[in-house]
Write a protein that binds this ligand. Structure first.
Ligand code: NAP
Length: 256
């Protein structure tokens, strides 16, 4: 994929991985629509990446609200790549998670990705092209204690990705999922307490920077990959957990 002139819509573009992907895609010539709730932060990202001839628009919406997603779809042209990245939530044991927190964590990432896909997919199907990209975490395949609502939401996103991949097969539209271990984004400050529930197994996996993650995502999409997993140590852990599930479960119960 040549990124020059490609329309990329990113949810959760006001910080971390979304902002870094916006900056990297702008350098490759993409035209960007940036979405998040914080208008000031979005405008600051747009300010950093505005470049001669390049287009950047900002859209301050809560994508866990279907009505706001409808307004977003009415003001943004059909994207070539729809990057469902918005997500938040403190990692906590189930009994410490309030019902409203669990609902909010299903709101974003999962329902946000569902609503946004539903809003843009008909036009993508009509033009017989486009990529629906889903951001995901190691928690979509591995389970450790202390992140119950986060884990459930991540499995939901993986299910959504698989469903969209099945429903778009042969249409010209494709689905991709990008799965990462720990990334040194603002996530950990934005969701205090989460870091204390990172499994010890993470010690064996390098922490990636948001800008490295952005390049891996853009290169992976350009190469047509439907499943992007990084770093390679995470792929190894996924394989080991499929081959030796009981051992993997035991190891993952040890947290930092
Ligand atoms: N950091 C990691 O280790 C890691 C690893 C794997 C996967 N991920 C996933 O990667 C995604 C990006 O996270 P990050 O690490 O870049 O964290 P981050 O810096 O906290 O960014 C999260 C982004 O999502 C936006 N957002 C949250 N809820 C939203 C909503 N309801 N509507 C619109 N935007 C919303 C936030 O902006 P506003 O608050 O302005 O709305 C922000 O731009 C998340 O889904 C996260 O779970 C992170």
């Amino acid at each position: 994929m040549d990124w020059s002139g490609k329309r990329l819509l990113i949810t959760g573009a006001s910080s971390g991985i979304g902002a870094a992907t916006a900056e990297a895609a702008a350098r490759r010539g993409a035209v960007l629509a940036l979405v998040a709730r914080s208008k000031d932060k979005l405008d600051a990202v747009a300010q950093r990446i505005r470049h001669p001839g390049g287009g950047v628009t900002t859209h301050a919406y809560d994508v866990s609200d279907p009505e706001q997603v409808g307004r977003l779809a009415a003001e943004v042209p059909t994207p070539d790549v729809l990057f469902n990245n918005a997500g938040a939530g403190q990692w906590k044991p189930l009994v410490e998670t309030e019902p409203a927190e669990a609902a909010a964590m299903m709101g974003a990432p999962y329902l946000a990705a569902f609503y946004t896909t539903r809003a843009f997919l008909p036009a993508m199907l009509a033009q017989r092209s486009g990529v629906c990209l889903y951001m995901n975490s190691a928690a979509s395949r591995l389970v450790w204690p202390g992140a119950a609502a986060y884990t459930a939401a991540r499995w939901a996103v993986r299910g959504l990705f698989e469903a969209v991949r099945a429903e778009t097969a042969g249409t010209g539209v494709t689905a991709s999922m990008a799965t990462f271990a720990k990334v040194s984004s603002e996530y950990w400050e934005n969701n205090p307490g989460s870091e204390g529930h990172v499994p010890k197994a993470q010690t064996f996996v390098p922490v990636l920077s948001p800008s490295r993650v952005a390049d891996i995502i853009l290169d992976g999409l350009a190469a047509g990959h439907e499943e992007i997993v990084a770093p390679w140590q995470l792929r190894l852990i996924f394989l080991a957990s499929r081959l030796f599930p009981a051992v993997a479960r035991r190891q993952l119960r040890r947290t930092t």
